[in-house]
Design a protein around this ligand. Sequence first.
Ligand SMILES: [Zn+2]
Length: 314
Amino acid sequence: MTLLYADPLFQEHNTGRHPETARRLASIHAMLERTGLSRRCSAAAFQPVPEYAVMAVHDPVVLARVKEAVGQGGGFLDADTVVSRRSLEVALAAVGACSAAVDAVLQGPDQTALCLVRPPGHHATPDRSMGFCLFNNIALAAQHARTAHGLSKILIVDWDVHHGNGTQDIYFADPTVSFFSIHRYGHGFYPGTGAANETGTGPGLGYTLNMPVRFGTSRPDYRSMFTSALEKAADRIKPELVLLSAGFDAHALDPIGSLGLEVDDFALLTRLVLDVAKTHAHGRLVSCLEGGYSLDALALSVQAHLEELLAFKG
Ligand SMILES: [Zn+2]
């Protein structure tokens, strides 16, 4: 079974007129009800993490800035990153859900988990919130897997159309958490990092693997680039746990990413990541929602993703 982490609280991060809107989750939840998929998942419980927990990967200034803006009733952390009155509470819950999912898949019997959280996290760097992201949910989940469970070989796969610069920065010098990202790159596409020659530093050299993709890359080319790079990343670290930054903004209809993928591609990518989890990590995979801004394409892509998770025989 797949554990499903979802809560109405995640719709209380109010961004106003913004692509990263609570309507994204409303669209996903309507799909889950319509298809009956949520009833096939295990119900999952979680608690928000305490404020200090985000300092496991972030400088205290990151928390302080969020608290300050929230305390003023809301505001902007950067040109694209907005918070509202309850955003701190919601962001701490998002971290809590992703960390609880790590606990659950490591304890079993469920091997896979999907965390339908907001705000997203993969752009949040050690010292700043950016790109719609307050705290780095997946980096904090990886940190939790290390400190609470003693894991030392974790693979983070990031197929969001944007480079997960925050996750990369956090683990760039760290060989215990390997980061593999495939993303659109070039001509100023956000955030501008993630070149193929960014491969880590010091003891972490070789544990960051970037697969930049140009606008206009065909679906077959994308799929083969993903397949070969994922294999390489998995062979390098042989992970005990796989975490996935699951953004769905590489879909052809996405108003921001527009890379050209279709729903079927997300099903295939899911199977490939599950194969890695099965080969190395006893089937343990925690998937955390990142981007995806076409309400319809997002819901259908998450549906395909979750159907593969549910079909998985670990
Ligand atoms: Zn994105």
